[in-house]
Design a binder for this molecule. Structure first.
Ligand SMILES: NC(=O)c1ccc[n+]([C@@H]2O[C@H](COP(=O)([O-])OP(=O)(O)OC[C@H]3O[C@@H](n4cnc5c(N)ncnc54)[C@H](OP(=O)(O)O)[C@@H]3O)[C@@H](O)[C@H]2O)c1
Length: 343
């Protein structure tokens, strides 16, 4: 079996760490593994698959001889190093928003538009975490009944903002219980002017604001979904909210379809779609929740019901571990897809 040399840039972060364990779990055939981060973490040792690896500071030389470079260190870091890695001969699978909307960069969820990956010119973009989770449920609905409009509200876990945000929630929860003042430094946006506590709170801002009053996260869900589904004018509107859960994003999605689809048929087609599980039984109070989907690969859908206010419409509740399917797992699946085609 062909073995590939792999680099993970951002190897010490939330996505990077998950990616390393997924490579081992799925027995991705790697020979060499290079763990890259900033000079802050250079020299640290990280165990992967029972072996100890030294973390190196990213450099141009680090990409020599690499077949797949997984980038998970932030948009500006990708902007800085992606071309360098491609010049060295690597295929870059980028988890950041740096190249997602570039016309010559495929934006890929393998179950939805895997074949798009094959048109890459060195860089393949991994979509935004909330986008991936939503399109996994939208694709089978689109294929069967057409989609006229989508309205989505998200409930996004703190791990979506990395290790620092997880640590902030943990610390604030302890301080809250102890009656101490809550200190906020990371959310909603670490580099922003104002920070708010997330413990026992909700923050209706993810990423920075655009001029029209929407946040960049909201626009990512709109534009990326349109690109992945190949319908550039599909009407989608989003409200994205940070909630005090550790892991697994949730989304309340209203879908207006072109043609009729019953909730029963929707359950059937979603259950058949690879990577999706239906958990939807009101009589047993069975529906997906972030505590129970964390660490799992599948996207879960429940609360499927008819929207009686439009001719043909459905409401769905979608939940998925955004560090796995929303980031690291999807990235590894892209690499697996490409290697299958390479033979
Ligand atoms: N968390 C999610 O659910 C999620 C989902 C989808 C996409 N993403 C995207 O994935 C990226 C990483 O997110 P994360 O949540 O894993 O963040 P994180 O936990 O904060 O980790 C950031 C990683 O990037 C490295 N890094 C930071 N600045 C660097 C630099 N100048 N040069 C080299 N390495 C640098 C850090 O290394 P040091 O240890 O040296 O600081 C660390 O390994 C972001 O673009 C994020 O938007 C995240």
């Amino acid at each position: 079996m062909t073995q590939y040399n792999i680099a993970v840039l951002g190897a010490t972060g939330a996505v990077g760490q998950e990616l390393l364990s997924i490579l081992v779990e799925r027995q991705f055939p790697y020979a060499e593994l290079r763990l890259l981060a900033s000079p802050r973490s250079a020299g640290r040792r990280v165990a992967v698959g029972g072996r100890d690896y030294l973390v190196e500071a990213v450099s141009a030389e680090a990409f020599q001889g690499i077949d797949f470079a997984f980038f998970c260190a932030g948009g500006s870091v990708s902007q800085c190093w992606a071309e360098e890695a491609v010049r060295a001969g690597a295929i870059v699978i980028d988890n950041t928003s740096a190249f997602r909307l570039a016309p010559d960069v495929p934006l890929v969820v393998p179950e939805v538009n895997g074949e798009a990956a094959l048109a890459h010119r060195g860089i393949i973009a991994n979509p935004n975490c909330s986008t991936i989770i939503m399109v996994m449920a939208l694709k089978p609905i689109l294929d069967e009944a057409g989609i006229k409009r989508v309205v989505v509200s998200t409930y996004q876990a703190v791990s979506g903002a990395g290790f620092a945000a997880m640590e902030e929630l943990r610390r604030q929860a302890e301080d809250y219980v102890m009656g101490r003042e809550l200190e906020a430094k990371v959310l909603p946006v670490a580099s922003g002017q104002r920070h708010y506590p997330i413990a026992f709170n909700l923050i209706p801002q993810i990423d920075v604001f655009a001029e029209d009053g929407y946040t960049k996260e909201e626009w990512k869900m709109v534009r990326e979904t349109q690109k992945i589904l190949g319908i550039t004018d599909l009407p989608i509107t989003a409200t994205t909210v940070r909630v005090p859960t550790m892991r697994s994003h949730c989304e309340a999605v209203n879908v207006e379809t072109e043609r009729p689809m019953s909730p029963e048929r929707c359950r059937e087609i979603l259950a058949q779609f690879p990577g999706v599980k239906v958990l939807d039984s009101p009589e047993e109070q069975a529906y997906p929740m972030p505590q129970f989907t964390s660490g799992l690969d599948e996207v879960y859908v429940g609360r499927i019901r008819k929207d009686p206010t439009v001719p043909y419409g459905l409401n769905l509740w979608i939940v998925g571990d955004q560090i796995r399917k929303g980031a690291a797992l999807n990235a590894v699946q892209i690499a697996e897809y490409v290697t299958r085609q390479m033979g």
